[in-house]
Ligand binder design. Structure first.
Ligand code: ZN
Length: 345
């Protein structure tokens, strides 16, 4: 190789280095510009999803600027029941959704259930076995909503853990023959649409146990099982289950068999405040998105509950965008005039 071609090689080599450096510099600058643009674009984006599994029937939602009434005033520090309002999203609900089957739907002669139950399963086919134990059934035809079934099973497993010789014996669930003939509580005297069992969230039950190798069953009200019953109702409340008529004055012993799933955290609040489902729903009507009912569970989980009045054929239900994005909310019709929003914080 002569000196001329050597110099030429050197120049080429230098150019190559310059090109490489320039390319690297462009890449870095491009990356910074790209990230900055992406950041601002993200700030301008509206949430891609404003529906969650908690509202399977919800219609496409609307998002928009903050309504003026939800802005906190400058200089005021929100109290614990008036949390700071951040970005709000809306989920549309139809007037029919007010009476759609859901864990908080009250059913009575005044509020008959004529809709379609949803998510109802046969307990015999779907019950879980844990350590060779499971819910005991009076027959193989008993049905209930699956979310409720999981709560009743957890209650049974908790009972077994504390009182290993006991199990829950399920007597009746959602009637599948169109009548109340299968029910064990006083709902057996009603037309089916007026029964709390109609929407699929109630079970009639008692204990089953062994005495001298013989299977016997006890009503919850039997003094001999007072300890177990005190445990059962307190634990049930933590799992979303209430004795929906226990606080009603004219209760009968047969109604003590009647258990109703309303969901966490509502059962906890109903139990602690000695309410019925109906009086609870009335109380919740005193709350709105700016002033929410706060329910703290023993494990530290915090929930917020509020009411949104129906505004005709379609109601835009306001929700914190954060809960919408994280799917940590439910919207349930209250059976009469609006919706109950539950947020998990
Ligand atoms: Zn019943």
């Amino acid at each position: 190789m002569n000196s001329r071609s050597g110099r030429s090689q050197q120049i080429k080599h230098n150019y190559t280095k310059i090109y490489a450096l320039t390319a690297a510099l462009c890449l870095v600058v491009g990356l910074i510009v790209g990230l900055t643009v992406a950041h601002f674009v993200r700030l301008d984006e509206t949430p891609a999803h404003t529906e969650g599994p908690g509202s399977p029937t919800s219609l496409p939602s609307e998002t928009g600027p903050l309504p003026t009434e939800t802005r906190t005033e400058a200089g005021t520090s929100p109290s614990t029941t008036e949390p700071p309002i951040g970005a709000i999203s809306w989920v549309s609900k139809s007037s029919a959704d007010i009476k759609t089957a859901n864990p908080l739907l009250p059913v009575s002669a005044e509020l008959p259930f004529t809709g379609m139950p949803s998510g109802v399963v046969n307990i015999y086919a779907k019950r879980e076995t844990r350590n060779d134990r499971k819910l005991q059934l009076a027959n193989s035809q008993i049905s209930v909503n699956e979310e409720a079934l999981r709560a009743f099973e957890e209650l049974n497993f908790a009972l077994i853990e504390s009182y290993p010789e006991f199990e829950l014996l399920i007597l009746a669930g959602m009637p599948t023959d169109g009548t109340t003939g299968s029910l064990s509580c006083s709902d057996g005297n009603k037309e089916l649409p007026a029964s709390d069992h109609a929407a699929g969230y109630a079970l009639d039950a008692r204990y089953t146990t062994k005495v001298d190798d013989k299977t016997v069953s006890y009503q919850f009200s039997d003094p001999i099982v007072a300890l177990q019953t005190a445990f059962l109702f307190e634990k049930g409340a933590k799992l979303g289950i209430i004795q929906s008529r226990v606080h009603v004055e004219e209760r009968t012993s047969s109604d003590l068999r009647h258990l109703r799933y309303v969901g966490i955290p509502h059962a906890s609040y109903i139990y602690q405040n000695n309410l019925t489902l109906e009086s609870y729903l009335n109380e919740v009507k005193g709350y709105n998105i700016n002033r929410r009912l706060q329910i703290a569970l023993a494990d530290g989980t915090l929930y917020e509950v509020y009411y949104v009045a129906s505004s005709g054929d379609t109601t835009s239900v306001p929700l914190p965008t954060e809960n919408v994005q994280n799917n940590t909310y439910t919207i349930y019709g209250n059976g009469t005039d609006g919706f109950i929003v539950t947020l998990k914080k």
